[in-house]
Design a protein around this ligand. Structure first.
Ligand SMILES: NC(=O)c1ccc[n+]([C@@H]2O[C@H](COP(=O)([O-])OP(=O)(O)OC[C@H]3O[C@@H](n4cnc5c(N)ncnc54)[C@H](O)[C@@H]3O)[C@@H](O)[C@H]2O)c1
Length: 251
């Protein structure tokens, strides 16, 4: 890696939600390696967040908060803005693959509320705060973690998850179209199976056998794409979704 690539995010401050583990953690680490100051977000502090923060030194800060709580996203943004005084890039990564069974109706209701709350309404609120912040600073970047479910829908037990992730794509496109003239860029990335806790329980042998690259996507591949988008080097990609499925799902 050249020295230039290594430092191409120097001077930028990035908030990565849900960065205690999985894709968020890999992304936070790569952004830091490339020179960014990184605001790590987690539901609560833990050994996982402590290790990242000590590694990041004075280019790291931790904010906590449950994005499913009423007002949670608002609080997280306010704390994050205070950490370094400004934010250049928001990565809406926190999410969960929550079930929404048809029956009983109470589980359906709870599943929809939880999925929409965490996977769509929280990123929308964080995006709202980011746009208000970015327009004062004449620009900024939002990267939303969508999914192949955004395009394809999800399985029978996860209809609400697919709907929330589909909504995230429309949100991304709307931001790109509506606020591009104020310097706000918005992208979505849509992974297939990524080797994290989220996918762990669902990866049966038949799923693994069918993967064209013969392996589940490593979180580092997703992090690479996000780190590139965070540079702002491809401004006219705004509004687009980048698929990261190892050709397991091709549109
Ligand atoms: N792993 C996959 O196969 C896959 C595929 C497509 C999309 N995605 C998306 O990628 C993103 C990251 O997923 P991952 O695979 O790294 O999952 P993960 O479970 O490893 O990590 C998710 C992160 O979100 C945080 N989070 C969950 N609920 C939260 C809440 N209520 N409040 C605050 N933080 C919360 C977790 O603490 C964790 O840090 C998610 O948006 C997910 O939907 C993952």
């Amino acid at each position: 890696m050249s020295a230039l690539t290594k430092l191409e995010l120097a001077g930028r401050t990035v908030l990565v939600t849900g960065s205690s583990r999985g894709i968020g953690r890999a992304t936070a680490q790569l952004l830091h390696q490339r020179g960014a100051s990184v605001i790590v977000h987690a539901r609560s502090a833990s050994a996982h967040t402590d290790s990242l923060i000590s590694l990041f030194g004075n280019r790291g800060a931790l904010v906590t908060g449950d994005l499913q709580d009423a007002g949670g996203a608002r609080e997280v943004w306010s704390r994050a803005e205070r950490a370094f005084g400004h934010i250049d890039v928001l990565v809406n990564n926190a999410g969960a693959w929550l079930p929404s069974s048809l029956e009983p109706a109470s589980e359906w209701d709870a599943g929809w509320e939880a999925n929409l709350g965490l996977n769509l309404i929280a990123p929308a609120e964080l995006s709202r705060r980011a746009i208000l912040h970015f327009r004062k600073r004449r620009g900024g970047i939002i990267v939303n973690l969508a999914s192949r479910s955004s395009h394809r829908g999800d399985d029978a037990e996860h209809l609400a998850y697919g709907a929330a992730k589909g909504g995230l794509l429309a949100l991304t496109k709307g931001i790109a179209r509506g606020y591009g003239h104020e310097g706000v860029l918005a992208y979505a990335v849509a992974p297939g199976w990524v080797a994290t806790d989220l996918a762990d329980g669902a990866l049966e042998q038949s799923v693994l056998d069918a993967l064209p690259l013969g392996e589940v996507t490593p979180p580092s591949d997703v992090a690479e794409v996000i780190a590139f988008l965070a540079t702002g080097r491809a401004r006219h990609t705004t509004g687009s979704t980048i698929d990261i499925t190892g050709a397991d799902y091709v549109r």
